[in-house]
Write a protein that binds this ligand. Structure first.
Ligand SMILES: Cc1cc2nc3c(=O)[nH]c(=O)nc-3n(C[C@H](O)[C@H](O)[C@H](O)COP(=O)(O)OP(=O)(O)OC[C@H]3O[C@@H](n4cnc5c(N)ncnc54)[C@H](O)[C@@H]3O)c2cc1C
Length: 384
């Protein structure tokens, strides 16, 4: 049946987010014919706060000056951190330690830059074996499929993932909107100072993040239990405290993703690999997922190039090894028997509000280690 395929490529990447576009660009640089399929047309919205750390900028080789000419790029030089309802602490840095981007713009920029062939507005529907190849959607023939379709990636499902069933994901709701002149004039949120408010049970946090004229508000937590209620309460409190206007839109959008410690998905099979959120790689303490998405895209590309066209799972195995070397062993011990719950890290159970009142702890542990990962150098192609 493979002969019915109307198109072929060396590698098909399903999903044109940061994982897919980074992997595509690297494979193109190695001379492979890459086709990226995404069910959406770009630019497209993506539920995300849009915070990237300098390591992402470095790994992607982003020319900040060039990028900011046409896109929102908000340097971050400080944070307000605290427990919801409490008095937040201000931490200042001497230079930008992160950036705010709009995913709509950022993902489009990366995808265009990747130089791959694109099939946008096409959803991945099926894959079947034809000898050593796959036939995708009954029309595309390829020896290798890379699943980069995010948490609900259909390629991950082919490898046995069951999103929403037996997986303990972080669920989050977010809204990003352009403020009108009146909202802008009265907005007390400083653009260079995102605000992070941890939930009282330490199982998540809410944020307000201003990027130029755009305001991004959201809350993410382990598990989906009463998320909408918590988001509504967070929004109401921000209004009551005068942090946001009572006219702030209500239509928050939700999404889910796996933290590295709670991900258990099979990542490699013959002719198949998963990267980014499809592989469940986000940092456990902060939920930062763009950096692991980009890094996994590069690591997967390196394994593909080294495999020289032999894409059986044994030949692709170095990708799994590289992930473990980079992010550590996934911690089985955090699974609680009762609910099958995997907590994002022991710190959340023991960390009390009093720790977040400590200026030293807020800066050196919460911000520098957990959110900025200053202890982990940027991944470079040469280092893989
Ligand atoms: C509310 C929220 C806030 C977040 N904030 C941050 C943050 O500030 N910083 C950070 O680093 N991380 C953040 N994250 C995590 C981050 O958004 C993800 O980790 C990151 O987007 C993963 O990138 P990806 O390329 O793997 O997947 P995605 O960016 O999700 O891209 C997947 C692509 O696959 C496509 N796709 C899906 N299904 C199909 C299909 N059937 N056929 C074809 N295409 C398909 C989608 O259209 C999409 O374009 C946040 C997440 C949430 C939910």
């Amino acid at each position: 049946m493979g002969e019915r395929a109307r198109e072929s490529c060396d590698v098909l990447i399903v999903g044109g987010g940061p994982a897919g576009s980074t992997c595509a660009r690297q494979l193109r640089a190695a001379g492979l014919d890459v086709l990226v399929m995404d069910r959406q047309q770009f630019p497209r919205d993506k539920v995300c706060a849009g915070w990237i750390t300098p390591a992402v900028v470095e790994t992607l080789g982003l020319d900040i000056e060039d990028y900011r000419r046409l896109h929102v790029l908000q340097p971050i030089t400080g944070f307000l951190t605290g427990v919801e309802g409490g008095r937040p602490l201000f931490t200042a840095y001497r230079e930008p330690i992160s950036y705010g981007i709009r995913r709509r713009e950022f993902d489009h920029y990366l995808l265009e830059r990747a130089g791959a062939r694109l099939t946008l507005g096409e959803s991945f529907d099926s894959m079947r074996r034809a000898g050593r190849h796959w036939i995708i959607n009954d029309r595309i023939k390829t020896p290798l499929v890379i699943g980069a379709g995010g948490h609900f990636c259909p390629v991950a499902r082919q490898l046995g993932a069951r999103p929403g069933r037996g997986e303990r994901a972080v669920t989050a709701q977010e809204i990003e909107f352009e403020m009108d002149a009146e909202q802008l004039a009265n907005c007390p949120v400083k653009p260079d100072t995102p605000e992070l408010y941890f939930c009282a049970d330490m199982k998540g946090y809410g944020w307000i993040f201003r990027k130029g004229a755009y305001l991004n508000i959201g809350l993410g937590r382990e598990g989906a239990h009463q998320l909408s209620r918590q988001v509504a309460a967070f929004r109401d409190r921000l209004i009551a405290e005068g942090r946001i206007s009572a006219r702030t839109p209500m239509d928050f959008h939700g999404h889910a993703y796996l933290l590295y410690t709670s991900g258990r998905r099979r990542l490699i099979d013959d002719g198949v690999m998963l990267i980014g959120d499809a592989a469940g790689l986000a940092y456990p303490q902060s939920g930062e997922g763009i950096r692991p998405a980009v890094e996994s895209g590069l690591m997967a590309a390196a394994a593909v190039v080294a495999a020289k066209g032999h894409y059986d799972s044994a030949t692709l195995a170095p990708y799994g090894v590289a992930l473990t070397q980079r992010f550590g062993q996934r911690d089985e011990s955090l699974r609680t028997a009762e609910e099958g719950v995997v907590l994002a890290g022991r710190w959340r159970r023991t960390l009390g509000a009093w720790l977040l009142r400590s200026r030293w702890f807020s800066q050196h542990v919460v911000l520098d280690r957990w959110f900025l990962h200053t202890q982990q150098k940027a991944l470079t192609v040469e280092a893989i």
